[in-house]
Write a protein that binds this ligand. Structure first.
Ligand code: PLP
Length: 604
C-alpha cells in the first residue's frame, strides 16, 4: 500500500519555495556575474551594480528617504545588529533603572538578542515584555508609561503565528510623542509582500527583512537603518557594505532580494508587469475560501486571531478536543503541511503568542497555523479546498467507528491497556506497556513516579488487575471470579479472523519492539493479514494510519480493523478523532478499565 499524495505546503510564514524566476536569477549571477564586488577590475563592477540596484529598489519600495539598507543574512542578524548597535552605545553607563521594551508576541529572536547583548555588554537593563490584548495588539498605555525609562523598543509589523497586524501608525504616534529619541526596531519580516510600509511616515530607526519569507533564498536579508540611529558592525573585515558588515556579499541572494523588491514596487505602482504577488483583496478571498473548506472538516473550529486584522495569508485556529500534534498528524496524513505554536521548555507544544493574548490553554495547546504566500494561485487554493473536502468526507463517512484508549489509574504504576472496537464490537485487546504511552502518562501526571515495568498491579474499586508473565490476571473483588488474559491478546473471535485486518503501523519487526510477540501470536493464526504499513514505517510515524483511514477503499473501512501502535501519541490521536466522530474522547482511567474488564468477564 503506498500513499503518495502530492504535498500541499501551507507553512509559508515559516518559509517559502524559491520561485523559478528567482532561481534563474541566482543561477545567472552565480555562473555569469560572479565577480567579487570588492575586486579592482571590471567583473567587480557588474556585481557592484547588482548591489546598488537592489538597494535602490529597497529604498524606493519603503520610501526610505531618511536611512539606508545594509544587506545581511536575514532577519535574525538584522535584529541582533540593531540591538547590539543600540546597547553597545550604552556600555559603561548605569542602565539598571532602564528598560528594554519588546512586544510579548515578538519572534524569539528579539527577546533572545536583547537578553544576550544586555548580558554580554553588562548593562543590567531590565527586559520588559509589553502586554498584548486578546486581539494581539500592544498595550499603548503600558508603552506610554514605560517609554521614559526605555533604552530601546522592539515591535513587529505582523505576527508570524497569528498574522496579527500591528497598528504602526498608532504606535508611531505614541512612541514619538512620549520619547522622541528612543531607538525603535520594527521586525518587518512578515510584512514584506503582504502589507505596505512607508519608512518616511513611520519614524522607525531599524527595520528587518528576510528574503526566504517571500520566495527568495534562505540566508539573505536587509536591515534598514535610519541615518540618525546608532550603528556598530558585528562583523568587520574587508569594509563591505560601507564598512557596516564585513564579509563578501551574497551577490546572488541580494540580486534575488532586489528582484522581489522590484516586483513589489511594480505591484504597488500598478505598473503592468509579471509580478507574481497578488493584491491583498485577492489574498483575502483565498483565505476566506480556505477557512470555509476548513470548517467543513472541523465545524467547531475556533479562530485564534482577529480575522479581519490579520494577514490575508494566515489562518490560526484550534479545534476542541485536539492538540496541535494531533492536528498536524491529521493534516500530514492528508498531505497538508501546517505548523503549530512554538515548542516550550516543558516539551508540551503550546503557543507563547496565544498565551500572551490570554487565550485558554486548550487553544494554545491546540493551535494550528496555515499560511500561504502572496504568490499563490486560484488553482493552488482550489486544490487545498479539494483536499480538505476529501478529508471532511472521509472523516464523516467513517461507519460508527468507536476507537478508544483505556487508561489505567494515573496514580498506579504503568500498566497499559489498549483496546479498539469497530462497529461497536470489540475484536482484540492488546495488553502491555508501551513506552510512548508511558511517556504520555508522564506528561499528564508529572507529579507521579513512573516505572517502566509491566509486572505491576492495578486496583480499582471492582477489580484487581495484575500483570504476570502468563498474562493479565483480572480478579473481580465482588465475585472473586478470575480470568487470565494471555499476553497481548484475547477474545478474538477466530471465526472472524479473516475479516480482521491487522495494520502494523510501527514496524513490529523491529528487534527492540516489545510487541514482537503480538505479531508472532497473530501470525500463528495464519489468517489475519498483517500489513506493514510501509517498508520504512518506523520513519513514517504519524501519518500512516490516518492515510490509510483517508484512502482505504470503503470496503476495507467496513471491515473490522485493528491497529497496533506503540506510541501514545497515535493512540491519543485515535482517541481525539473518536471524539470528533462522536465516540468516546478518552475513557477515564478506572471507568475504562472497568468497562473493558466487564466486557471480558462476559466473554471470558
Ligand atoms: N522575525 C519574524 C517575525 C519571523 O517570522 C522570522 C522567521 O521565522 C524571523 C524574525 C527570523 O528570520 P530569519 O529566518 O531571516 O532569521
Amino acid at each position: 500500500m503506498s500513499f503518495c499524495l502530492p504535498e500541499i505546503f501551507l507553512d509559508a510564514n515559516a518559509t517559502t519555495p524559491v520561485l523559478p524566476e528567482i532561481s534563474h536569477i541566482i543561477e545567472a549571477v552565480c555562473c555569469s556575474r560572479y565577480g567579487n564586488p570588492s575586486s579592482p577590475h571590471l567583473a567587480a563592477l557588474a556585481s557592484k551594480d547588482i548591489l546598488s540596484q537592489s538597494r535602490d529598489y529597497a529604498q524606493a519600495l519603503f520610501n526610505a528617504k531618511q536611512g539606508e539598507f545594509i544587506f545581511n543574512s536575514g532577519a535574525t542578524e538584522g535584529i541582533n545588529t540593531a540591538i547590539f548597535s543600540v546597547l553597545a552605545a550604552q556600555v559603561g553607563k548605569d542602565c539598571s533603572q532602564q528598560v528594554l521594551l519588546y512586544g510579548a508576541t515578538e519572534h524569539k529572536a528579539v527577546p533572545e538578542a536583547l537578553r544576550h547583548w544586555n548580558q554580554a555588554l553588562n548593562l543590567n537593563a531590565k527586559l520588559v515584555a509589553i502586554p498584548v490584548d486578546s486581539e494581539g495588539q500592544l498595550d499603548l498605555v503600558f508603552i506610554q508609561d514605560a517609554l521614559p525609562q526605555a533604552l530601546m523598543i522592539c515591535t513587529m509589523g505582523a505576527n508570524n503565528e497569528t498574522g496579527v497586524i500591528a497598528d504602526l501608525v498608532a504606535l508611531n504616534r505614541v512612541i514619538r510623542s512620549h520619547n522622541r529619541r528612543v531607538p525603535w526596531l520594527i521586525d518587518s519580516v512578515q510584512v514584506l509582500g503582504k502589507l505596505s510600509l512607508d519608512l518616511t511616515s513611520i519614524d522607525a530607526d531599524y527595520a528587518t527583512f528576510s528574503a526566504h519569507k517571500l520566495y527568495g533564498p534562505k540566508g539573505v536579508g536587509a536591515l534598514y537603518v535610519h541615518k540618525s540611529a546608532s550603528y556598530l558592525p558585528i562583523t568587520v573585515g574587508g569594509g563591505q557594505e560601507s564598512g557596516r558588515r564585513g564579509g563578501t556579499e551574497n551577490v546572488a541572494g541580494i540580486a534575488a532580494l532586489g528582484k522581489i523588491f522590484h516586483w513589489l514596487l511594480q505591484r504597488d505602482n500598478d505598473v503592468s508587469n509579471d509580478c507574481p504577488f497578488l493584491p491583498t483583496a485577492t489574498l483575502q478571498h483565498y483565505r476566506d475560501d480556505l477557512l470555509s473548506a476548513l470548517r467543513t472538516v472541523f465545524p467547531n473550529l475556533v479562530l485564534n486571531q482577529p480575522y479581519p486584522d490579520s494577514l490575508p495569508t494566515t489562518v490560526n485556529f484550534s479545534v476542541p478536543g485536539f492538540s496541535s500534534a494531533q492536528l498536524i498528524s491529521l493534516f500530514d496524513a492528508a498531505g497538508i503541511r501546517v505548523s503549530a505554536g512554538s515548542a516550550c521548555s516543558t516539551g508540551r507544544p503550546r503557543s507563547y503568542v496565544l498565551d500572551a493574548m490570554g487565550l485558554p490553554a486548550w487553544q494554545s495547546e491546540g493551535a494550528i497555523r496555515m499560511s500561504f504566500g502572496p504568490a499563490t494561485s486560484s488553482v493552488f487554493i482550489e486544490s487545498v479546498q479539494q483536499r480538505l473536502l476529501e478529508l471532511a468526507k472521509r472523516i464523516q463517512s467513517e461507519p460508527n467507528t468507536k476507537l478508544g484508549l483505556l487508561a489505567p489509574q494515573p496514580t498506579q504504576s504503568n500498566f497499559c491497556v489498549y483496546a479498539q472496537t469497530c462497529n461497536n464490537r470489540s475484536e482484540l485487546f492488546i495488553f502491555g506497556d508501551s513506552e510512548g504511552y508511558s511517556e504520555w502518562l508522564h506528561q499528564q501526571f508529572p507529579e507521579s513516579t513512573w516505572r517502566y515495568d509491566t509486572r505491576t498491579e492495578l486496583e480499582t474499586d471492582e477489580f484487581v488487575i495484575r500483570t504476570l508473565a502468563e498474562g493479565l490476571e483480572i480478579t473481580s473483588r465482588k465475585t472473586q471470579r478470575q480470568v487470565i488474559i494471555p499476553p497481548h491478546g484475547l477474545t478474538i473471535d477466530e471465526q472472524q479472523l479473516d475479516r480482521v485486518r491487522i495494520l502494523d503501523f510501527d514496524d513490529l519487526n523491529s528487534e527492540k519492539d516489545r510487541l514482537l510477540d503480538v505479531r508472532e501470536w497473530l501470525e500463528s493464526r495464519a489468517q489475519p493479514v498483517i500489513e506493514p504499513f510501509s517498508e520504512q514505517s518506523a520513519e513514517l510515524p504519524r501519518a500512516s494510519w490516518l492515510e490509510w483511514l483517508l484512502h482505504a477503499p470503503q470496503a476495507e473501512v467496513q471491515q473490522r480493523y485493528i491497529t497496533i501502535c506503540r506510541s501514545g501519541g497515535r493512540s491519543r490521536l485515535i482517541a481525539a478523532l473518536s471524539a470528533q466522530l462522536g465516540g468516546p474522547e478518552l475513557i477515564s482511567a478506572r471507568l475504562g478499565v472497568t468497562h473493558l474488564v466487564q466486557k471480558l468477564m462476559r466473554t471470558g
